[in-house]
Write a protein that binds this ligand. Structure first.
Ligand code: FES
Ligand code: FE2
Length: 325
């Protein structure tokens, strides 16, 4: 979404939204619902000069204003200006687009606190999406996010895949804002499962990284439902949407610097990254389904968190309690 007229239709918390660049290339968001009789206006991604409703052809400009409504001349007191698309609050930070449907959320800068400073070394807004997939899982949304943000399960759940990657993680960072973050050091990229004889060892590190950041992965979780791992050469991000208490839609995005994606051998090597995530996710999902099965018991109890390897889960639990009570 770089050019005026570029749009993406997506669902946020089950609600259809349009993201688009208007004629001045300003990022805007609208309800994907016609202001005549509610019809969904756009699907997928594309380019448009205006938005025409597929039902009765009301046509909207890229700023959401209603340009035309056929055969409405005889409607009394009908004014095009009274029927724009419903705008949705939208802001871009570090390459991530945040929307707020009810318009009541706190200011985004306040929500994110020092997020931009902590993640500045990865130059996140330069990254481009290589693959975006979505899938359903049969467990609570928090289970997915918690697992992603702890190291405790690695040796039990991923003994033959990604466990070798990480040694002991740093303590969780002391951050300002509604998020948690923990860095784990390792050699090479966290985006591949490598054997000693693999010739390809990963794409070049993100150019802006230096020092310890070139030797590890930062796991961050913006509350409540977005998380990502920023590694040496890429980031992989997950957004979750609860469907029911025990069913969740997960969207995964894998992103690399634009210079990496421009490599002629990118498509060939990126397949290995896809494989790594598919393997690790399969292993996670198997145990996450067991966790949900255990939680289905009214006798299930909360235990204690491991201070070294689950601090982000504890931080989230604290945040959630404080948000709810
Ligand atoms: S519902 Fe869109 S023009 Fe009628
Ligand atoms: Fe895992």
């Amino acid at each position: 979404m770089q050019q005026p007229g570029d749009y993406t239709a997506l669902e946020v918390a089950g609600m259809p939204i349009i993201l688009l660049r208007d004629h001045d290339n300003i990022l805007r968001a609208f309800a994907n619902s016609c202001s005549h009789r509610g019809t969904k206006l756009l699907e997928g991604q594309g380019q448009c000069k205006a938005i025409r409703c597929p039902f009765h052809s009301w046509t909207f400009d890229l700023d959401g204003s209603l340009l035309g409504a056929p055969h409405m001349q005889e409607a009394k007191n009908f004014d095009l200006a009274d029927h724009p698309l419903t705008p949705v609050r939208v802001q871009n930070r570090d390459g991530f687009i945040f929307v707020n449907i009810d318009g009541q959320a706190m200011d985004l800068d306040e929500w994110l606190g020092d997020f931009s400073d902590l993640h500045a070394p990865w130059n996140l807004s330069d990254l481009v999406t290589a693959r975006c997939t979505s899938f359903m899982v049969d467990f609570n949304w928090k289970i997915f996010l918690e697992t992603f943000n702890e190291y405790y399960h690695l040796s039990t759940v991923h003994p033959h895949s990604i466990d070798y990657l990480y040694d002991h993680p740093d303590p969780a960072d002391d951050v300002i804002g509604e998020y948690t973050s923990q860095f784990g050091s390792h050699e090479g990229t966290g985006g591949l499962i490598l054997d000693d004889d693999d010739a390809f060892r990963g794409f070049e590190p993100i150019k802006s990284l230096s020092g310890r950041n070139v030797k590890g992965t930062r796991y961050s979780w913006v509350y409540p439902a977005m998380t990502f791992a920023a590694s040496t050469d890429s980031i992989w991000m997950f957004e979750v949407s609860p469907i029911t208490p025990a069913r969740t839609n997960v969207r995964m995005t894998l992103a690399f610097p634009s210079s990496t994606v421009a490599r002629p051998d990118f498509e060939q090597h990126v397949q290995q990254y896809y494989k790594r995530f598919d393997v690790a996710l399969r292993e996670d999902i198997a145990v996450q389904e067991k966790q949900q099965a255990g939680y289905n018991s009214p006798l299930a109890k909360q235990g204690r968190f491991c201070p070294e390897q689950e601090p982000s889960v504890a931080n989230f639990a604290r945040w959630l309690v404080e948000s709810l009570i």
